[in-house]
Design a protein around this ligand. Structure first.
Ligand code: ASP
Length: 618
């Protein structure tokens, strides 16, 4: 009908369009006509008069009904089909009158029922006059009640979330009224009572339209309320008091080297002194004529007595002279390797001592969440009624489960009602507070006595919460994304975290640099070098001994090499306290300290190098 060009039919029932009733009427007649045409093809239609009173049915009536039921035509209201006498496979569009036009918002089908394709159409979001109730909770620096201002309404509040809300409201176009949540909780689920509390409950019971606060998005909450896209990312961190400096001790000078290094040095000192002494005994080149001018004398002297050996090693260790100088190759190797050892040890000690004197040593009793879990001396807890608490409660990770056990057993003492109380407890000492990193950063930046221990335990975000199915969620998410991309959220973060003027200045350098005692893993190699040097010296000493025995054997003609070596060995071992011995033809009768061999012609009156007279024997 609409297609008919002449104006006389432009209006049907005074309307410029076909109404549902007219269209259905048209389709009914059209279907009936189509059925009759079909029937006429196979039946001879001979209608005759029938009486309403006689209850005499028309014979072809049932056939016509069946033809109508199987008819399939394209009508004004769509395809016309019937099933069991009812029209099927049709769709009714749901239209909604918007501010300026009618819009399709869904449809109805006999087999599926109503399907709303545009739920937001049922809320008039863009009404500029709408005033939303915004629920929040006092939390520094997100929402703070202004000090000493006798104001009412939204101007009472300031903070990051208040600025964010202002920017979003302007963007989306709504008015708002801020209210503080009565029980001052974010909201946790209580499985015993099957209820929620805090902001979550207010939203579930639709006493608020939005919640703008440091409200963490988590699984449990998302299943009962809606969240926008996150406007800030964070994780759980550990707040702890800055460790106190180590008290200075009387024996702090020992700190640069680990205890075991000191013990190894002592052992090396004794070992090298003793090796030097033994080697000097064995090595023929350490036996020298004490009076070089008297060439014919048969007396030789050894400078490395036990005390002299220790004195030489002590003097060189402390980088002083000792007046003694090794002459044989083997003893020189011992001396050289010892000098190398002392060079490394002394320079390592000096360098690390300097570091120890300039760096403040800190005692850090805990360094991670697992350290916390493994001890009970330092108590720890979270905010009560928040997502941090439920993180530990619901976690399947054994460390966090252990921590939850600890916290739950001390429920009355470890949980705090506000973040401020938690921070205060940390400053008082012996308490670690598990809190969200954003608030943690804020606290650490402002108080030099506070620090973060370890990394973050998880990763999540803050979002604006709305009741389930709220039409405001999408426009709010869009606004958050736009503010994020424009950098406005970053500007707000800097405003409330960094540029507030009450930030504490830390000496970052001293915090980072840490001096540690040098252990075996650092300078253990020098001990290996020392042992190798000593082994080399022993080999050289044995060669020297053999070489000299051979030489002496040739001079003392009636001696065999073996007996000569045995003789030399006897001297080296038995005369251990004597400094002197004959170079050849030795007759060491009594090797006692006082019975030093001196030839007769050097008799009385001739003082030795130390001014002591030699005794006679032989
Ligand atoms: N922002 C948190 C919350 O939404 C508070 C916390 O538990 O640390 O519950």
């Amino acid at each position: 009908m609409q297609k008919l060009p002449h104006s006389g039919l432009d209006f049907i029932n005074g309307q410029p369009y076909i109404q549902t009733q007219s269209a259905l009427m048209f389709d009914s007649v059209y279907t009936f006509a189509a059925a009759l045409v079909e029937m006429n093809r196979s039946h001879l239609l001979t209608p005759h008069n029938i009486s309403c009173a006689a209850e005499d049915p028309w014979d072809n009536g049932l056939s016509l009904y069946n033809y109508i039921s199987s008819a399939s035509i394209n009508g004004l209201t769509g395809r016309v089909n019937f099933a069991e006498g009812r029209r099927n496979k049709f769709q009714i569009d749901l239209l909604k009158l918007k501010r300026d036009k009618i819009q399709k918002v869904g449809f109805w089908k006999p087999e599926v029922g109503v399907n709303i394709t545009d739920p937001t159409a049922f809320y008039d979001v863009h009404t500029a006059n709408t005033t939303l109730v915004v629920m929040t909770r006092e939390e520094k620096p997100y929402v703070m009640v202004k000090n000493g201002v006798n104001k009412t309404g939204n101007v009472r509040f300031e903070g990051f979330c208040i600025d964010l809300l202002k920017a979003i409201a302007k963007q989306v176009g709504f008015q708002y009224k801020i209210e503080l949540v009565p029980d001052n909780m974010y909201g946790v689920y209580n499985p015993d009572t099957n209820t929620w509390n805090g902001i979550v409950r207010e939203l579930m019971e639709r006493r608020a339209d939005l919640a703008v606060a440091s409200m963490t998005i988590n699984y449990a909450r998302e299943s009962v309320i809606d969240f926008t896209k996150p406007f800030m990312n964070l994780g759980i961190g550990i707040l702890f008091k800055v460790p106190t400096s180590q008290p200075t001790r009387l024996f702090s000078f020992m700190n640069p080297l680990a205890m075991e290094i000191w013990l190894y040095v002592l052992a090396a000192y004794v070992l090298v002194s003793f090796t030097l002494f033994v080697m000097a005994r064995f090595s023929p080149y350490e036996w020298n004529n004490p009076h070089p001018c008297m060439k014919e004398t048969d007396i030789v002297e050894n400078q490395f007595s036990v005390s002299n050996s220790f004195w030489f090693i002590t003097g060189t260790f402390l980088r002083q002279g000792s007046g003694l100088n090794p002459k044989a190759t083997s003893t020189r190797i011992v001396g050289g390797i010892w000098w190398f050892f002392t060079l490394i040890i002394i320079s390592s000690y000096t360098a690390n001592l300097a570091a120890f004197l300039t760096v403040e040593r800190m005692i850090t009793p805990i360094e991670s969440a697992s350290d916390l879990a493994d001890q009970t001396d330092i108590s720890y807890g979270t905010l009560e009624g928040g997502s941090t608490m439920t993180f530990f409660r619901d976690s399947k990770i054994s460390i966090y489960q252990k921590m939850w056990q600890y916290m739950e057993n001390r429920r009355g003492t470890v949980f705090v009602k506000t973040y401020e109380n938690g921070i205060k407890r940390v400053i008082e000492g012996n308490y670690a507070f598990l809190m969200e990193s954003t608030m943690l950063d804020y606290a650490v930046q402002r108080d030099c006595n506070l620090t973060q221990i370890g990394g973050l335990l998880d990763s999540k975000g803050y979002g604006i919460a709305t009741p389930k199915g709220s039409p405001w969620r999408d426009p709010l998410s869009l606004a958050i994304l736009e503010l994020q991309e424009k950098g406005i959220i970053q500007i707000l973060y800097d405003k409330w975290w960094k540029n507030t003027g009450d930030v504490c200045n830390r000496d970052e350098k001293s915090k980072e640099s840490k001096a540690n005692a040098l252990g075996v893993e650092n300078i253990g190699g020098v001990f290996v070098v020392l042992l190798c040097g000593l082994a080399l010296a022993v080999v050289v000493a044995i060669l020297e001994f053999c070489w000299n025995s051979k030489k002496t054997m040739q001079l003392a003609e009636n001696q065999s090499l073996c007996s000569e070596m045995a003789e030399e060995l006897r001297y080296a071992m038995h005369c251990h306290t004597s400094k002197q011995r004959p170079s050849l033809n030795r007759k060491c009768v009594k090797c006692t300290p006082d019975s030093t061999y001196v030839p007769a012609e050097l008799g009385s009156g001739i003082p030795n190098a130390s001014g002591v007279h030699y005794n006679y024997f032989n």
